[in-house]
Design a protein around this ligand. Structure first.
Ligand code: BTN
Length: 243
């Protein structure tokens, strides 16, 4: 399966690059950049994107008309990245619902998915991944605990090699996901779930729910035990409570 990969130098955002040519993209079409001038994270946050310090990658995918749900898509992307990290020897990497990858309790990578079109009527997905490789001193602005591959491994691995592994893994997991959906991945998530059995706060808009992480369901919703009852959450911002 030949996948087209456009390698750019400095651009605004790899997600924008794919969006701008979305009508001519085939499934798996990928953009990589050395730096982004307007890299973005979830919830309108800025994503620090210094030159050559990380992997900035976006892949295009199309979900056919009649396809009912992209529920769990961001979790599957996290699983793909986690599989590659484990293969590289990072055995502390874990998944933080809904789309962060952690190592040693610090953020190592993030996923930003942007959807266009109506689910069920044919829908385009731009799947963005930012993976910290060697951030160095350039990033004083990151507000949450972070880590990078150079801290997690004795030798900083080759970015091209890692990017190639991620592209291949993502392509193959998305091919499974588009026919089988999230149920095919549920068991994998539970194995690497960073929130499992932890006391967490989940903010949804103004309200905050508190409980214990109990994994995810077959649609990728977060399960939280609140006062002895299991509740399901489809969105929100999770933090682990200080013990
Ligand atoms: C997050 O954790 O908030 C998601 C971060 C996603 C960052 C990547 S870098 C490549 C792609 N292009 C962007 O502008 N954002 C994503």
């Amino acid at each position: 399966f030949p996948i087209r990969v456009d390698v750019c130098n400095i651009i605004s955002s790899t997600n924008d690059y794919i969006k701008n040519k979305i009508n001519s993209c085939k499934k798996g079409m990928t953009c990589l950049a050395e730096a982004q001038t307007a890299g973005r994270g979830r919830q309108g946050k800025k994503w620090e994107s210094p030159f050559g310090a990380s992997i900035y990658l976006s892949m295009y995918w199309h979900f056919e008309a009649g396809y009912q749900s992209v529920n769990g898509l961001s979790l599957v992307v996290g699983i793909a990245v986690n599989n590659v990290l484990r293969e590289l020897g990072i055995n502390t990497s874990q998944l933080k619902w809904p789309n962060d990858i952690y190592a040693n309790d610090k953020k190592l990578a993030g996923v930003l998915i942007e959807l266009e079109g109506q689910i069920g009527a044919g829908c385009d997905a731009v799947i963005g991944i930012g993976l910290n490789v060697q951030l160095g001193a350039a990033v004083v602005d990151i507000t949450q605990p972070w880590t990078d591959l150079s801290q997690q491994l004795r030798q900083t691995p080759d970015r091209n090699l890692i990017a190639a592994k991620i592209i291949n893994e993502l392509y193959s997991l998305l091919s499974i996901f588009e026919t089988k959906g999230f149920p095919a991945f549920e068991h994998l998530w539970q194995r690497y779930d960073w929130l499992m059995e932890k006391e967490i706060n989940l903010s949804i808009g103004e309200s905050v729910e508190t409980g214990i992480g109990r994994g995810v369901d077959s649609q990728g919703a977060l399960l939280v035990e609140c006062d002895g009852k299991i509740k399901r959450f489809y969105g929100g911002d999770v933090s682990v409570r200080a013990s």
